[in-house]
Design a protein around this ligand. Structure first.
Ligand SMILES: Nc1nc2c(ncn2[C@@H]2O[C@H](COP(=O)(O)OP(=O)(O)OP(=O)(O)O)[C@@H](O)[C@H]2O)c(=O)[nH]1
Ligand SMILES: [Mg+2]
Length: 348
């Protein structure tokens, strides 16, 4: 009996000792090695905001206000010959979206004459598409040995500098090297604003002091681009009021300077603000004579129900809208696609 108790006691002691040893071993393996530096007390010292993704927006998601105006067209079920009431709805929608009186009258004439065979929406889609030009390629190469220049013209506040920033970002992302010319020399802030875009996009900026000759800045920028073998110069210009003949003369001079020597102006973009509707069209007419415009950038299409102005511009001026601005962010510029545009307005 005593022997049995002694054996049980001995086994118990051995078991307890084994347990203690095992625990100690485990504790040792979890403890940090003594030669490792102590962990810092604060692991996260600064919360960095996650950068927003530069995803290209789709046109349809950004022109909601103009699409809203076309809601009544999308819900019309009439086919064949149209009555007075239906024609009146179409007329109102076209005028409200700022397609303009002349273009609206011409589309209504067609509807009266031919009816809406397969429905109002598809017929109107074809009529609007027919007003838009077919050729809108963007020229980005100069002849061998010269530097391609894109010149940006337009009145105050339409979005020239912002558009240049967005395009610089876009071109650099496509692997091209870009020099920005701060040709708006009337305000020091203009060059600073362009400088911020240059930093953001990784473009080089050429600027001089306030009041300098804009032609000289653009000339310097072209010289710099030629020396570096850069692909493209984007030239900003001042946007004082368009009724100042001085501005138009100055733009013509800037263009001559930019288009000689190593520089070749391959695109002159007139920047227009879509929120000004038909006013944009009259501005455009004033600029056309002086600046040999080759393409239009229509900005702020995101903030207006007057997106129909695209149709008026192309039908009445015959100049293609090559890009549209749909926001203030760096990615908010879309190459204009006429089929995508009419679909976003009319497709259910
Ligand atoms: N919502 C929206 N705002 C835009 C767009 N493009 C430009 N803007 C805004 O319009 C304002 C004027 O833009 P700027 O680029 O300074 O215009 P600008 O033509 O260079 O003006 P000036 O230098 O005064 O001649 C800024 O607040 C821009 O952020 C756009 O597509 N959508
Ligand atoms: Mg500007």
């Amino acid at each position: 009996m005593i022997v049995a108790i002694a054996i049980v006691a001995a086994l118990l002691v051995v078991g307890i000792v084994a347990l203690v040893i095992a625990r100690r071993r485990r504790a040792r393996s979890l403890a940090p090695a003594s030669d490792q530096p102590p962990l810092p007390q604060v692991l996260v010292t600064e919360v960095v905001e996650r950068p927003t993704l530069d995803e290209a927006p789709s046109l349809g998601t950004r022109i909601g206000a103009t699409r809203g105006v076309f809601e009544r067209i999308r819900s019309m079920s009439a086919t064949g010959a149209l009555g007075v009431d239906e024609l009146a709805i179409v007329e109102e929608v076209l005028l409200r979206s700022d397609v303009g009186v002349a273009t609206t009258a011409s589309i209504l004439d067609g509807l009266r004459r031919d009816g809406a065979g397969d429905g109002v929406a598809p017929t109107l889609r074809r009529a609007l598409r027919a007003c838009l030009v077919d050729e809108r390629s963007v020229r980005d190469r100069a002849e061998p040995g010269r530097v391609a220049v894109w010149l940006f013209v337009g009145v105050n506040g339409v979005g020239k500098t912002t558009t240049i920033g967005k395009l610089a970002h876009r071109e650099i992302a496509a692997g091209r090297s870009v020099v920005l010319a701060a040709g708006d020399t009337f305000r020091a802030a203009a060059a600073e604003q362009l400088g911020q875009w240059a930093e953001r996009s990784g473009a080089e900026l050429v600027r001089v002091g306030e009041g300098a000759d804009p032609g000289a800045v653009i000339h310097d920028a072209i010289g710099r681009a030629a020396a570096r073998g850069a692909d493209l110069v984007l030239a900003d210009t001042a946007g004082r009021r368009s009724n100042s003949t001085n501005l138009l003369e100055e733009l013509a001079k800037v263009r001559r300077v930019a288009d000689r020597g190593p520089g070749q102006v391959v695109e002159t973009f007139m920047v227009l603000d879509a929120t000004t509707g038909q006013n944009a069209l009259s501005q455009a007419r004033e600029f056309l004579a002086a600046a040999a415009v080759s393409g239009i950038v229509l900005t702020k299409l995101d903030g207006t129900a007057r997106g129909g102005i695209v149709v008026a511009i192309e039908r009445e001026l015959g100049i293609p809208v090559k890009f549209v601005g749909v926001g203030e962010g760096v990615a908010d510029l879309i190459p204009f696609d006429p089929d995508e545009f009419v679909d976003s307005l009319i497709r259910a």
